[in-house]
Design a protein around this ligand. Structure first.
Ligand code: NAD
Length: 293
């Protein structure tokens, strides 16, 4: 079955996702304020042109404020019964707001942030964390199958964003813990390979250590082996840690490790040399420091 799909936001992630949908035989029309396009995707001159008559509209945008303003334009242009799928990483409140607005307009909504980065977007191997009604999720599922390898239905609108920011809060804190432990091991004279051999098979193991080891030449191939070229950029981790703290404040949750991880990534990105580097470049940062500075 071939669908008409409007795709809004053809950046690093959106362009390859839109391309994969077109490649699978769907009729995809894209719009991006920067004028970017994607292979096999027809270019619309307005956001409304990309959405009119579409069975699905997919958004892949920088933040919640932009999502809200795009939704204000998109929802009135969509036909009733169509589905809006937002794949951006945004705050939970914006996802719920747009979900409610879509319901009022008779349009299905799924918030479906992704994990897997640019490689996953190009290779069609993303993981989607989805929130929305059973019907909306079922409708969107064939498109998730093309753009990704797994989609988990996490609950109502906003649940996908909640899952994403909780996951990334764990990831940020774990990466910092892994990096500071390597830096401590260095100063204790412990070989990094030995450290990996022990921790990756002991109770300190984690995705950060086992699958994305921050030490160059140790463990599987990772951005550390490519001079910390992202991968997953430190500033994107900072964004996600900011969203988790925003959510924690909204629901009065105590998240001290997440708060500290956010503060450390903010310092790394805003005051040190972290911007444009992979988030695992926390290892050379810690290795170059002493206890007091
Ligand atoms: P990007 O900045 O490359 O792309 C965003 C695109 O949205 C840009 O091309 C921009 O011109 C466009 N845009 C902005 N305002 C618009 C508007 N009003 N109408 C239409 N287009 C508009 O960002 P990206 O790396 O593609 O990330 C997109 C989203 O995916 C973000 O929410 C990000 O947090 C999330 N994400 C990114 C990664 C990653 O590795 N890059 C991984 C997971 C999730």
């Amino acid at each position: 079955m071939s669908f008409k799909i409007g795709f809004i936001g053809l950046g690093n992630m959106g362009a390859p996702m839109a391309h994969n949908l077109a490649n699978a035989g769907h009729s995809v029309t894209g719009f991006d304020t920067a004028g970017t396009t994607a292979q096999g995707v027809a270019a619309a001159s307005t956001v409304q042109d990309a959405c009119a008559e579409a069975d699905f509209v997919i958004t892949m945008l920088p933040n919640g404020a932009i999502l809200r303003s795009v939704a204000d334009e998109v929802l009135p242009a969509m036909k009733k019964g169509a589905t809006l799928i937002d794949c951006s990483t945004v705050d939970v409140e914006s996802a719920r707001h747009v979900g409610a607005q879509a319901a009022d307009a008779g349009i299905g909504f799924v918030d479906a942030p992704v994990s897997g980065g640019i490689g996953g977007a190009s290779g069609g191997t993303l993981t989607f964390m989805a929130g929305g009604s059973d019907d909306a999720f079922a409708a969107a599922n064939p498109l998730f199958d093309i753009m990704g390898q797994k989609a988990v239905h996490c609950g109502d609108a906003g649940a996908g964003q909640a899952a994403k920011i909780c996951n990334n809060m764990i990831l940020g804190a774990t990466m910092i813990a892994t990096c500071e432990a390597f830096a401590l091991a260095d100063k204790l004279g412990l070989d990094r390979q030995k450290m990996f051999d022990v921790v990756s098979t002991s109770s300190g193991y984690s995705w950060s250590m086992n699958a994305y080891c921050p030490a160059p030449g140790v463990g599987p191939q990772s951005p550390a082996d490519n001079d910390y070229t992202p991968g997953f950029a430190a500033e994107l981790m900072l964004k996600d840690l900011g969203l988790s703290q925003q959510a924690a404040e909204a629901v009065d949750a105590d998240t001290p490790m997440g708060a500290l991880a956010r503060a450390l990534y903010a310092q790394f990105v805003e005051e040190e040399d972290g911007k444009g580097r992979d988030f695992s470049a926390m290892l050379p940062r810690f290795a170059a420091r002493s206890r007091s500075a």
